[in-house]
Design a protein around this ligand. Structure first.
Ligand code: NAP
Length: 497
């Protein structure tokens, strides 16, 4: 924050100040808003200015432990509630989100940077997880079977896994939370949630909605902290939690898997991506450009599903590049609260520097800039929509998540070459294929080593579909009818007749 501006001034207009002032900023433990130990706080910043918006509670390990103790104490009572009661809470929370969508969207834009229209889109998506899992809560089923040799009977029951630790990233501050909290509540699990330190406000506001929706004390607890490892590692190693669900980088996911091994926690891991987007010579080029735009520019490119490598058949790469560059160059960049802005700032200076370095590296290795490519100076962490063509496979950006509005195009000549290039990564979250040949679409989607494939579409995320990756992109699935399985244990009861 600059010396002559208060956090309130940095937040901008009266409405923006009101939304920030009204947002909860304490820890939520055992159904109460509480200060952190020694009233410690940290600043939340607006990435479009770099200035402080407000301070929120900075939890200590003791606060984390109090949150987990509350979740453990609430677990038996919550598991005993009827599925219908749990579904009704989720439905009420869904309704309350929609009633407050204007304030929630503004809050999200202020702390994360995405344009308000995109924040509304995320909040709608986030709320859908609650509606979807309200439906799943009342459909948890089991089985009854005659043993193959006769005599005994098998009863198969599904029970909540127990208290959960839920850790979420900053890029989708609400949806990455509801994708876990929705099924956890539906299954009858209590939890401690740790949102990213850059974007705690959306989660705190949502938890207040859950409280209002009737979620019992201790069932959902939130700790915001600058000491992610210091607070979470003792909880993971405590033996009191039974499950860890994490969304974030592969690097941190690996650390958490090691920590979880001590007590053999159930784990779900939604990790990094390096999505290939393949455009074949038989594709509709205009449709492929629109798809690439969606796959690349949603969330300013700060998405695990963002198209990170755009592989285009050599016969159409020039036409494709020209059209994509024209569209990307026309996207207004600016503060997410301003009218008409389509591209907000990146999350911080580290992200901005990384994107600049990746572009410089690709250009040094022979890539050609079709639009963008210049890091702006001045306040905020902006980066212009950028299209690079003829990016070699050795470029850093072909092997690392760009997490910014940069579209790298690389030519290919055969289908085999395209599939081999697409699979040449340790990640396996999602891939996108543009072709009008049905046989090719099926052949290629079967050969791609990813948990999800979009055919002729640039966005696959849907609360009713199973989201998740293979290889180093993760373990388990969120959403869909299987999303609740991550929070249920299967119990077999053998019965002698
Ligand atoms: P990150 O650095 O891994 O952080 C994610 C969360 O983990 C944050 O809450 C962070 O807290 C916390 N954390 C960091 N170190 C920790 C530790 N040692 N112990 C416990 N918690 C720890 O990732 P990010 O930069 O926020 O998010 C971007 C990454 O998430 C990208 O790789 C993206 O692909 C991935 N992502 C994946 C999906 C998916 O569904 N597969 C969805 C969205 C994002 P702090 O904020 O305090 O650091």
């Amino acid at each position: 924050m600059t010396a002559d501006r208060t956090p309130q001034e940095a937040a901008g207009s009266d409405t923006q100040r009101e939304v920030i002032d009204a947002a909860p900023k304490q820890l939520f433990i055992a159904g109460r808003w509480v200060d952190a130990n020694e009233s410690a706080t940290f600043e939340v910043r607006d990435p479009s200015t770099g200035e402080a918006l407000c301070n929120v509670a900075d939890a200590s390990p003791a606060d984390g432990r109090a949150a987990l103790d509350a979740a453990v104490a609430a677990q038996p009572g919550f598991a005993a509630q009827s599925p219908r009661a749990r579904a009704d809470m989720l439905t009420r929370a869904f309704e309350l989100i929609h009633e407050r969508i204007d304030e929630l969207a503004l809050l999200m834009t202020l702390e994360m940077g995405k344009p308000v229209a995109e924040a509304r889109g995320e909040i709608t998506y986030a709320a859908e997880f609650l509606r979807h899992f309200a439906g799943e809560a009342v459909r948890i089923n089991g089985g009854y079977q005659v043993a193959p040799a006769g005599g005994a009977r098998f009863l198969v029951a599904r029970q909540p896994v127990g208290p959960c630790l839920l850790i979420t990233p900053w890029n989708f501050p609400l949806a990455m939370g509801t994708r876990k909290i929705g099924p956890a509540l539906a299954a009858g699990c209590t939890s401690v949630i740790k949102p990213a330190q850059q974007t705690p406000l959306s989660m705190l506001a949502f938890v207040d909605i859950l409280r209002e929706a009737g979620v019992p004390d201790g069932v959902v607890n939130v700790v915001t902290t600058t000491a992610a490892n210091g607070v979470m590692e003792p909880l993971i190693r405590s033996g009191l939690a039974r499950k860890l669900s994490f969304t974030g980088s592969t690097k941190v996911g690996k650390i958490l898997l090691e920590q979880s091994a001590e007590h053999v926690l159930r784990t779900s891991m939604e990790l990094g991506g390096n999505a290939p987007l393949l455009v074949f010579e038989d594709a509709d080029v205009d449709e492929a450009v629109e798809g690439a735009l969606a796959a690349k520019m949603r969330n300013m490119g700060e998405a695990c599903t963002a198209a990170n490598r755009i592989l285009v058949h050599e016969s159409i790469i020039d036409a494709f590049g020209e059209k994509l560059a024209k569209k990307m160059a026309a996207m207004p960049v600016g503060r997410g609260t301003d009218d008409g802005v389509k591209v907000g700032p990146l999350i911080d200076d580290v992200a901005q520097r990384k994107v600049s370095e990746l572009v410089a590296d690709a250009v040094e290795q022979g890539a050609e800039v079709l639009t963008g490519g210049e890091t702006p100076t001045g306040g905020g962490y902006f980066y212009p929509p950028t299209v690079l063509t003829r990016v070699p496979r050795s470029a850093r950006m072909a092997n690392e998540e760009i997490f910014g509005p940069v579209a790298p195009l690389t030519p290919f000549s055969t289908e085999d070459e395209a599939v081999e290039a697409a699979n040449d990564t340790e990640f396996g979250l999602v891939s996108f294929v543009f072709t009008n040949d049905l046989r090719r679409a099926l052949r290629v989607s079967e050969a791609l080593e990813t948990g999800m494939v979009g055919i002729n579409q640039g966005v696959v995320s849907n609360p009713a579909a199973p989201f998740g990756g293979v290889k180093q992109s993760g373990l388990g699935r969120e959403g869909g009818s299987v999303g609740i399985d991550e929070f249920l244990e299967t119990k077999y009861v053998g019965i002698a007749l």
